[in-house]
Design a protein around this ligand. Structure first.
Ligand code: SF4
Ligand code: SF4
Length: 341
């Protein structure tokens, strides 16, 4: 572990620009959004909480050309690889699900792979929590424990840096003179901040009566009938925002544009909440009712992924709670599923 003073962190990010397109979270109207780092930046918010947009948007784009004139579209790797700074523990869990979907050998996605393999992930501890954050109910901590190249714990005038991979080690080696020894006082500051944020998230969990991860097992199977799901789906307007904002949702639609001379095949994000999502040729639809689609969303996250990947496909980031115009709140649905609410 090393200590990196604030001004030196700025220099390291500047140096990384030679090899990467460096993205950092920046605050606009009280919300964090990712923006391209420039050495002229004089304020950014690496700690705080997760950004508004899910990090999947960098690797699995909302809309991208995958083929042109009947040939695969040019690879993204004509540009520099990505360095994402300030990814949170919940963002890293999101990558686990996306990587499982897009990098499993049999169906590896060349576009996603090219973006992910070369990237550098510099994660960061949360220094606060939103009232919608509930990561700890789902087995996470509000600070990254693994799956990063470097992790930053922001302190008052600098940060502690932990190395998580060879790529991370190379960054430290290439900037060795900028890193300093860690003192006991630095370590204590880090523990204090981590404790404070954990208490905040625990309070959220208590206030919203969010069930523990262990009590979710088989709950959807036990509550499979419409009697449970119909009232839950009553206000849903089928906008799909809960899917598109979610860091673990990954479904997409392919469509062609153009004519016989010039065509492009495009891939766009899709939503399992929309009626036509599962409709097949001939018009048959396995989930014609809205409540069935809402149940499917929960089933995929809390039954299917624990079975195939050993983790549920929810990070507790709370983005869908904020995005849903119908005020359908995943914490409350989980509470009712487990008899907690
Ligand atoms: S389901 Fe909601 S809380 Fe869970 S990861 Fe997706 S957006 Fe975040
Ligand atoms: S965001 Fe809310 S209203 Fe929109 S599809 Fe999801 S649950 Fe329905």
């Amino acid at each position: 572990m090393y200590y990196l003073p604030e001004q030196n962190l700025h220099i390291v990010l500047g140096n990384l620009q030679e090899s990467y397109n460096v993205y950092i979270p920046e605050k606009k109207n009280n919300t964090l959004y990712y923006t391209l780092f420039s050495s002229k930046h004089n304020s950014y918010s690496i700690d705080e909480v997760r950004a508004c947009e899910p990090l999947k948007a960098f690797f699995f784009k909302a809309r991208e050309k995958v083929a042109e004139n009947y040939k695969p579209a040019a690879s993204h790797m004509n540009t520099k690889p990505l360095c994402i700074v300030g990814a949170k523990a919940c963002d890293l869990k999101g990558f686990k699900v996306q990587d499982y979907v897009f990098l499993t050998d049999e169906f590896s996605d060349p576009f996603y792979r090219s973006m992910r393999e070369e990237n550098l992930i510099i994660s960061a501890d949360c220094s606060t929590a939103l009232d919608t954050c509930f990561c700890m109910a789902l087995g996470l901590k509000p600070y990254p424990e693994k799956d990063y190249d470097l992790n930053l714990s922001m302190l008052e005038k600098g940060c502690l840096v932990e190395i998580g991979s060879e790529k991370g080690e190379t960054v430290v080696k290439n900037n060795k003179a900028l890193f300093q020894e860690v003192t006991q006082a630095h370590k204590q500051q880090k523990i204090k901040i981590r404790d404070r944020v954990q208490k905040h998230v625990q309070l959220n969990i208590k206030n919203h009566k969010i069930p523990k991860e262990s009590s979710l097992k088989n709950r959807i199977k036990k509550n499979y009938k419409g009697a449970f799901w119909k009232p839950e789906a009553e206000t849903c307007v089928e906008c799909g925002a809960c899917n598109t904002i979610c860091p673990t949702c990954h479904c997409f639609l392919l469509y062609d544009q153009g004519d016989a001379k010039k065509m492009a095949r495009l891939r766009v994000w899709d939503s399992c909440m929309i009626k036509d999502f599962a409709r097949v040729a001939g018009g048959a639809n396995p989930r014609p009712e809205l409540w069935m689609r809402l149940r499917n969303r929960f089933e995929k996250k809390f039954d299917f992924f624990p079975e195939v990947l050993g983790i549920n496909a929810c990070t507790g980031c709370g983005r869908c709670i904020t995005a849903c115009p119908a005020k359908i709140d995943i914490r409350k649905v989980l509470g009712r599923l487990t008899g907690n609410a």
